[in-house]
Design a protein around this ligand. Structure first.
Ligand SMILES: C[S@@+](CC[C@H](N)C(=O)[O-])C[C@H]1O[C@@H](n2cnc3c(N)ncnc32)[C@H](O)[C@@H]1O
Length: 127
C-alpha cells in the first residue's frame, strides 16, 4: 500500500525541532506544511523525482491558501517574492508577522520594557 506515493516527500527523518525551525515555531498548527517540503519544490535542485526546477530568485509565488505563511517564509529565504491569501484573519495575521520586516533595536527595546514590567508585576504579586 502506498507504493504510488513518493515517501521521501514525507520528510519523516526530520525532528519536530527541524520542521518548526526559526519562525515556524511561533505557534502550533497541525495543518502547516513541513518547511522542508516547500523548500524541496521551490529551490533549484533536481533529483530522480523533481526533474527540473521551477523557480528562480525574483520570481513571484502565489499561495492562495497560505495558512500561517510557511510558503511565504520559505520563498523569502530563497529570495523569491510571494503573495499569500487566506480566509482566516488569524492565519493571515500570523503569516504577516512571520514575513514582516522589523527593526531589531525596536524589538529589543520593546522586549526589555515587557521584561521589566513583568518583573515588577511578579515582585508586587509576591509582596
Ligand atoms: C491546510 S491550511 C494551509 C496551511 C499552510 N500551507 C501553512 O503551512 O501554514 C489551509 C488554509 O486554507 C484556508 N482556506 C480555506 N478555505 C479558503 C478559501 N476559500 N479562501 C482562502 N483560504 C481558505 C484556511 O483558512 C487554512 O488556513
Amino acid at each position: 500500500m502506498g507504493n504510488d506515493l513518493n515517501w521521501n516527500l514525507s520528510f519523516s527523518e526530520y525532528k519536530e525541532s527541524e520542521t518548526t525551525k526559526h519562525v515556524h515555531r511561533l505557534h502550533s498548527y497541525k495543518g502547516k506544511f513541513i518547511p522542508q517540503l516547500v523548500e524541496y519544490f521551490l529551490d533549484q535542485h533536481t533529483d530522480n523525482f523533481k526533474k527540473k526546477s521551477f523557480f528562480s530568485a525574483g520570481d513571484i509565488i502565489l499561495d492562495p491558501f497560505c495558512g500561517s505563511g510557511t510558503t511565504l517564509v520559505q520563498a523569502s529565504e530563497l529570495n523569491l517574492h510571494s503573495i499569500g491569501i487566506d480566509v482566516s484573519a488569524f492565519n493571515a495575521f500570523m503569516g504577516n508577522i512571520k514575513v514582516g520586516k522589523y527593526n531589531i533595536d525596536d524589538i529589543r527595546n520593546a522586549a526589555n520594557i515587557i521584561t521589566k514590567n513583568l518583573k515588577k508585576f511578579q515582585k508586587k504579586k509576591t509582596m
